[in-house]
Design a protein around this ligand. Structure first.
Ligand code: ZN
Length: 139
């Protein structure tokens, strides 16, 4: 079984894209919560699975886990997502290879509000520069 991470509709395994919104389908999991960032407003909607054991770094340099598109207004080290007390938390400020934190220039926005720390909740919209993602949790 496959599932659309945007609208949660389910499909047989031979489907690749959601028929209603065109998003790449993901494999259904067996009762384990999985969390994703789904890129929106781009032709190719990339999906990034978040790991509770690894910091997800977001920025323009290739060493980052996620390089947002378009890269305009994205700092070299822009933001990070850390798993804290059972929740994914988004921070303004990326991490370089030496572990130093650099705040972004253009800021981090969740549901249109700028901030420095956000506990992510299912369906919230993350904006960095001109790129946008939806945070999705699913069983
Ligand atoms: Zn869909």
């Amino acid at each position: 079984m496959k599932r659309c991470p945007i609208d949660n509709s389910t499909y047989e395994d031979n489907f690749q894209y959601c028929r209603s919104c065109g998003t790449l389908l993901v494999e259904e999991t067996n009762g384990k919560l999985k969390c994703f960032l789904v890129e929106i407003e781009q032709d190719q909607k990339r999906i990034f699975e978040l790991s509770p054991t690894e910091v997800c770094t977001i920025g323009r340099l290739p060493e980052n886990t996620i390089i947002p598109q378009p890269e305009m207004y994205i700092s070299r080290y822009h933001a990070r997502i850390v798993f804290e007390d059972g929740q994914f938390v988004l921070y303004d400020g990326g991490v370089d290879s030496a572990g130093r934190i650099h705040l972004s220039l253009s800021g981090v926005f969740v549901n249109r509000r700028r901030g420095s720390r956000f506990v992510l909740s299912n369906g919230c919209e993350i904006r960095l520069g001109q790129s946008a993602f939806i945070y999705r949790e699913k069983i």
